[in-house]
Design a protein around this ligand. Structure first.
Ligand code: NAP
Length: 260
């Protein structure tokens, strides 16, 4: 079978460990022939991500805390040395304070609200602005989102509001970057047990509820999210921009289910 991403360089932000959605996406990108570049947030994560990068056969691993403009600028400079162009960018980053993912949304303070917005939504804008000039052959930007953006999911709270902002940002970016043949989309993944997800109170109950009610009667496999990311980054997705693709076993269509 032909490799769908042969000749493309992909920059993936958000690999923390083997359970990260970004890890599954990176593995699928390499399988499809992409040249992979990873980033890590802080010195604390450097060794882990470098080891994962070696395993994934990433060509480079660079630091980038998306809340630090100087690190985003530095990433652009090192990328310019490392590669003539970038064809795919994956934004697989989110953060909110743990207490904001367990108490009523009404209790969300200003700092926690703004933190979630900055890391989880504004970073898509800043990183797209920084990286899109390197997409000289056109390209694809893919962000990861969740149904809590448009529906109330208990305990998802401030992150749901940040995902609404991320999704709206994705659409405005798709409009701005479309004339440069850069497509911007989001994948709305069903719940997957990752480090970030574990911060949400009662997350295992969410997994059980989704598996009982989703049309496919099971939880989402990260490999399914990854294959959709391959599609969006590849030429097969060339007509798709400004979209949210749900990879959630169909859960988003359910209004009321009683399980089976
Ligand atoms: P994850 O493995 O914990 O990945 C989250 C990543 O965000 C980590 O690599 C983390 O780095 C990074 N990050 C946080 N703050 C950052 C910053 N300031 N600068 C740079 N990187 C930062 O969890 P995940 O579930 O795979 O999450 C990936 C994406 O998928 C997120 O957007 C999440 O909302 C979305 N998503 C997840 C699910 C799910 O159920 N798991 C469902 C739908 C959508 P550190 O580890 O170094 O902090």
């Amino acid at each position: 079978m032909s490799q769908l991403l042969a000749g493309k360089t992909a920059l993936v932000l958000g690999v923390a460990n083997k359970w990260s959605l970004a890890y599954a996406i990176s593995a699928a990108f390499v399988r499809e022939g992409a040249s992979l570049i990873l980033t890590y947030q802080s010195e604390r994560q450097r060794q882990t991500v470098e080891e994962l990068g070696a395993e994934l056969r990433a060509s480079k691993v660079f630091p980038c805390d998306v809340t630090k403009p100087e690190e985003v600028d530095q990433l652009v400079s090192v990328l310019k040395q490392a590669t003539p162009s970038v064809e795919a960018l994956v934004h697989s980053i989110a953060f909110a304070n743990r207490e904001d993912l367990s108490r009523p949304f009404l209790e969300t303070g200003r700092d926690g609200f703004l933190l979630a917005q900055e890391v989880s939504a504004y970073s898509l804008v800043s990183i797209s602005r920084a990286i899109s000039p390197l997409m000289v052959n056109g390209g694809s930007v893919t962000a990861l989102t969740y149904l809590g953006s448009t529906r109330v999911v208990q305990n998802y709270n401030v992150m749901g509001v940040a995902k609404a902002s991320l999704e709206a940002s994705m659409r405005y970016l798709a409009s701005d970057l479309g004339p440069k043949n850069i497509r911007v989309n989001a994948i709305s993944a069903g719940p997957v047990k990752t480090a970030s997800a574990r911060a949400i109170k009662d997350f295992s109950k969410v997994l059980d509820g989704v598996a009982a009610l989703a049309p496919l009667r099971r939880n989402t496999d990260p490999a399914e999210v990854a294959d959709t990311a391959v599609f969006l980054a590849s030429d097969l997705g060339r007509g798709v921009t400004g979209n949210i693709v749900y990879v959630d076993g169909g859960f988003q269509i359910i209004g009321l289910g009683l399980g089976a």
